[in-house]
Design a binder for this molecule. Structure first.
Ligand code: UDP
Length: 455
């Protein structure tokens, strides 16, 4: 890792005199009666925009530099002409499909002929695989013979429908894992890419899948903590973001202003934002509590933006609770966004002074990656994959409680130069570890290792 420059760390219980002075200053401002403000009704787009074209490899040069791009082309060159198939359970929706939409054209441009296919199945199959998914995350589930039969029946149908003549086959997640029986007698190499946390799986479901998984040539997990002990080689690939996607590309200042105007966000005052589905595990109520505590000392607005409430009964309840907790405070702006809000989310993240992710549990936490990529001072809970991204006091601040979150909001709002240094470090950390181009390089290296084991 490069030397990112280590800023001086804040100490929770001892602020510098300058910091105290600026907090007192802010306190006076916060204490001054503000001109009466009313909550504005946000204008939210009701139609999805057209999908933008996938970027070309050369488009990444301005981000990762020519030498990194040349290196990627160089390490991929022995694989020219090899054919790769990726298989996923869904073509749309979900992070895996989004990632494949970007990864597949990149590998293809490196002259590794890559395609991806989606398995099919009836409702019965997807009900079983959804139950498997939850059970593998540790949920209760009784694995019946009927569930096994449904899984195997649809796996067989997919096997018959699909051909596997490629040199390398990558199967994503448990739903299509049974396709491995098509490997028999072929010289191809098969990888199982597991995106879910397998640290505490339901024992029955894992016993059912385990023998399939061990027929692969390698397994890839997103974190050492998510992996299982297996007899096959395992690799660690962090999830990644595409810096050229709508969610992450650079935006015109004018557009950012327009989004803030539409959403009733005042850019002349500090903005603290959490982007998340309205889900208890994202702790929006904890964020509002932290806002209320910090607001006694510093003036700022809180933006809580996310979707998932209209199609999730629990999400609707959590959204309502958040609205009730916010009351009629015009400085708490709660936005329920439709699923096609990538550009708006990007603009909100860029307009923010600080980004918070106060999750109680988390997978990897792509919202954190997105915030760090935008060089935003980030305060996030030390759960799931967040500590891999937020190195405390270096690329952001880790917190363990509402009080800690409130304290760090107050600290960062009064120490902007420290926040700016965290932001710069955070962006470098993402650039080195969590970009799509790094991910493509990891695939290339794994394919090379597997291909050479043929010799
Ligand atoms: N996101 C979104 N719309 C929303 C809320 C979140 O597009 O209303 C995006 C967010 O920008 C991120 C992803 O969904 O890219 C959430 O991923 P994360 O790993 O943070 O959490 P998850 O929702 O998968 O638990």
């Amino acid at each position: 890792m490069q030397d990112l420059g280590r800023p001086t760390a804040p100490q929770p219980d001892s602020s510098s005199p300058a910091a105290e002075a600026s907090v007192r200053n802010a306190q006076t401002q916060a204490g001054t009666p503000a001109p009466a403000r009313e909550r504005r009704k946000p204008r939210i787009s009701e139609t999805p925009p057209a999908a933008p074209p996938a970027p070309r490899l050369a488009d990444y040069e301005s981000i990762i530099g020519k030498s990194q791009l040349d290196e990627l082309r160089f390490v991929a060159s022995p694989l020219r002409g090899k054919r790769v198939k990726m298989v996923n359970s869904t073509a749309m929706g979900g992070g895996v499909a989004e990632m494949l939409n970007r990864l597949v054209p990149l590998l293809d441009e490196l002259e590794i002929k890559t395609g991806w296919e989606v398995i099919t199945g009836g409702n019965d199959f997807f009900e079983v695989t959804k139950a498997f998914h939850n059970a593998l995350h540790g949920g209760e589930f009784t694995l019946t013979q009927q569930a096994r039969d449904v899984f195997m029946l649809h796996t067989e149908q997919n096997r018959k429908r699909m051909s596997f003549d490629e040199d390398l086959v990558v199967i994503h997640d448990p739903q299509p894992a049974g396709l491995i029986s098509s490997k028999a007698g072929k010289s191809s190499h098969w990888v199982w890419r597991c995106h879910i946390d397998l640290s505490h799986p339901n024992r029955d479901v894992w016993s059912f899948l385990h023998p399939m998984v061990e027929q692969y040539d390698a397994a890839v997990f997103s974190s050492p903590a998510f992996a299982r002990s297996l007899a096959i080689p395992q690799a660690l690939f962090y999830p990644c973001i595409d810096p050229l996607s709508e969610k992450n590309k650079d935006l015109d200042e004018k557009y950012i202003q327009e989004v803030c105007d539409n959403f009733g966000v005042d850019r002349s005052r500090p903005i603290v934002t959490q982007i998340s589905r309205f889900d208890r595990l994202k702790d929006p109520l904890g964020v509002i509590k932290a806002y209320k505590m910090a607001k006694k000392y510093v003036d700022f607005q809180l933006v809580l933006a996310g979707g998932g409430a209209s199609d999730d009964p629990e999400g609707a309840v959590v959204l309502k609770e958040a609205q009730e907790a916010a009351g009629d405070d015009p400085d708490v702006i709660i936005l329920e966004l439709p699923p096609w809000s990538a550009l708006e989310i990007n603009a909100l993240q860029r307009a923010s002074t600080i980004i918070v992710q106060k999750s109680l549990k988390e997978g990897f936490g792509l919202t954190v990656t997105e915030a760090l990529w935008k060089a935003k001072p980030t305060i996030a809970s030390a759960v799931g994959g967040i500590p891999t991204q937020v190195i405390d006091k270096h690329t952001g601040l880790l917190v363990h409680s509402v009080e800690g979150c409130a304290y760090q909001i107050r600290y960062l709002l009064t120490h902007p130069e420290f926040g700016a240094q965290l932001g710069r470090n955070g962006r470098e950390h993402v650039k080195e570890n969590f970009l799509m181009t790094t991910n493509a390089r990891r695939w290339v290296m794994l394919f090379r290792i597997l291909s050479s084991s043929n010799a």
